[in-house]
Design a protein around this ligand. Structure first.
Ligand SMILES: Cc1cc2nc3c(=O)[nH]c(=O)nc-3n(C[C@H](O)[C@H](O)[C@H](O)COP(=O)(O)OP(=O)(O)OC[C@H]3O[C@@H](n4cnc5c(N)ncnc54)[C@H](O)[C@@H]3O)c2cc1C
Ligand SMILES: *[C@@H]1O[C@H](CO)[C@@H](O)[C@H](O)[C@H]1NC(C)=O
Ligand SMILES: *[C@@H]1O[C@H](CO)[C@@H](O)[C@H](O)[C@H]1NC(C)=O
Length: 478
């Protein structure tokens, strides 16, 4: 009783800078604890806006993100408007489609609409009594000593507002973070990858999805790839990831069609020649940045979450999920330290930095791996081995993708465990392959007339064995 009265009597003001996915969700978390929450968003209210500019149209929501939504009672509402994707569907150049399941039966990720998710979260935040949403408020600067923030309004005027805690959820180019960069002992790195992305729309065919809806479709083509996620209106949003220099080579409608004929011939009839020629030039390819930093807090005044703290490249489908998990982790520490910001903030940095750095690294690693290896035989074989082992030893061997996507095992533990499992599995495979080769040799000597027939598979086996040693060929991605 005393504890909760203590909380009530000193109701603090929390300013959430940025009303995107993570900011809107975080506002709900703080409001649920009874804080006075003010959200400041530079754009206009997307619930009223006619055109919503911004990044990817839809996103893959998985376990971590869902758990966070559940904490604020929003899971069911969002799930009901998501489309389950049970497997990847790999499209080969010849048009052949092969599914690769995500995990065990019944495990799936969800394709959700970014704008709808953002709107629902803003509306939910607004239902709490002491929460206000302030649109067209762009953070200019803030003081680490006083917590005084300066916002510019769309009419050119300025607002100065004080808060006890500033929560920077203002995305990859965070204005909140600028204050961190001025300080000493702040680690910061930012990397633009040479790839850009472009979104294309695949319309419904006769009122139905043009391809099977419950899959994340992937067209891996080595240095570039296409993916497609389903939308509720029966369209697919197709995203082409490709080096900027290749995007720049394509300058006319005919070149677009030639390019698709060479690499994605099965998509041409589904999108349509004329639509494709137009859609391709609608927007230029967008850049992707990876940002890592540490610490995530300044004193007891300010903390960074979501992309403001860790923008990751989108090749693990975890950016938003990691940002949503940030909110849970912070909330758990608030509980543990009785909402004492002086204790919660440093502890948040301590526990969360290794995990966010781990997912940033994994996503970057996949950027290299997924384009090339999703269609390699070894990749599929290892995936199969992992899944079989997971089936028989569910607590011992868990595929990395499963740990990242379907559990809340801290990201950096998942990576450590993955390294350990790979050692064990590769060693096991090596032993059985050696066993097979020895067994084969035994048969060879026994039936010398069949030498030629048997020698070939044995040789192939060794080629495979050698490729076991190529580091990092056994990962999955989206
Ligand atoms: C192509 C692509 C595909 C992706 N796919 C997935 C996926 O499948 N799954 C997944 O989990 N993640 C995915 N992501 C990552 C995901 O989009 C981000 O991690 C997520 O949007 C981060 O949310 P955020 O709220 O931290 O930042 P943002 O969504 O960037 O929101 C930041 C908000 O802050 C506002 N703002 C900015 N500056 C200021 C300022 N100075 N003052 C006030 N407000 C400000 C912005 O207007 C914006 O509303 C993808 C990203 C890309 C680029
Ligand atoms: C909202 O905040 C005001 C001022 O801080 C406070 O007096 C009031 O009790 C709060 N309302 C609720 C429902 O918490
Ligand atoms: C900055 O990076 C160095 C090198 O990785 C590390 O030793 C140090 O602890 C980091 N500092 C912070 C504040 O994270």
């Amino acid at each position: 009783m005393e504890k909760s009265e203590g909380r009530q009597s000193r109701k603090k003001v929390v300013a959430v800078v940025g009303g995107g996915l993570v900011g809107a969700l975080n506002a709900c978390f703080f409001a649920k604890r009874g804080f006075n929450v003010h959200v400041f968003e530079s754009r206009e209210d997307i619930r009223k806006a006619k055109i919503v500019k911004g990044r990817s149209i839809n996103l893959a929501l998985s376990h971590r993100g869902r758990q966070a939504l559940k904490h604020v009672g929003m899971e069911d509402k969002i799930i009901s408007k998501g489309i389950p994707m049970h497997a990847r569907m790999i499209h080969s150049l010849s048009g052949k489609q092969s599914p690769i399941p995500y995990g065990r039966k019944g495990q799936y990720i969800l394709s959700v609409d970014r704008a709808n998710l953002n709107k629902e979260l803003l509306s939910d935040a607004e239902t709490y009594p002491n929460t206000t949403l302030n649109f067209e408020h762009k953070l200019q600067d803030w003081s680490a000593d006083t917590g005084l923030m300066t916002f510019s309004r769309s009419d050119g005027s300025k607002d100065q507002i004080h808060a006890d805690l500033i929560v920077g959820c203002d995305g990859a180019f965070s204005a909140t973070r600028k204050q961190f960069l001025r300080r000493s002992r702040f680690n910061y790195s930012q990397t633009y990858i040479p790839h850009g992305y472009m979104e294309l729309t695949m319309p419904p065919v006769n009122g139905e999805f043009a391809m099977k809806p419950n899959y994340l479709h992937i067209w891996p083509r080595n240095t570039f790839m296409m993916i497609a996620l389903p939308n509720l209106d029966k369209t697919f949003t197709c995203t082409l990831f490709m080096p900027f220099e290749d995007f720049e080579k394509i300058t006319t409608g005919d070149e677009v069609i030639q390019f698709f004929q060479s690499y994605f011939p099965d998509m041409i009839p589904l999108i349509g020649v004329e639509a494709l020629k137009k859609d391709y030039f609608r927007l230029p390819a967008q850049a992707m940045v990876s940002v890592k930093c540490s610490p995530y807090h300044i004193g007891d005044k300010c903390v960074l979450m979501g992309d403001a703290a860790h923008a990751v490249v989108p090749f693990y489908g975890q950016g938003m999920n990691a940002g949503f998990e940030d909110c849970i982790v912070f909330d758990e520490l608030m509980e543990q330290f009785n909402e004492d910001f002086r204790a919660v903030l440093p502890e948040y940095t301590r526990v969360r930095v290794p995990d966010d750095h781990a997912i940033a690294d994994l996503a970057m690693y996949n950027y290299v791996e997924m384009r090339a290896h999703v269609n390699s035989k070894w990749f599929l074989f290892r995936k199969h081995v992992d899944n079989v082992l997971h089936f028989f030893l569910p607590k011992t061997i868990i595929p990395l993708y499963t740990m990242v996507t379907f559990t809340r095992i801290p990201y950096h533990h998942a990576v450590e465990r993955w390294h350990w499992q790979n050692k064990v599995i590769n060693y096991g495979l090596l032993l059985s392959a050696v066993g097979a080769v020895l067994g084969g040799s035994y048969l060879l000597t026994k039936h010398s007339q069949q030498v030629n027939k048997l020698a070939v598979p044995a040789e192939k086996m060794w080629t495979r064995l050698v490729s076991f040693r190529i580091p990092g060929m056994m990962t999955t991605q989206m």
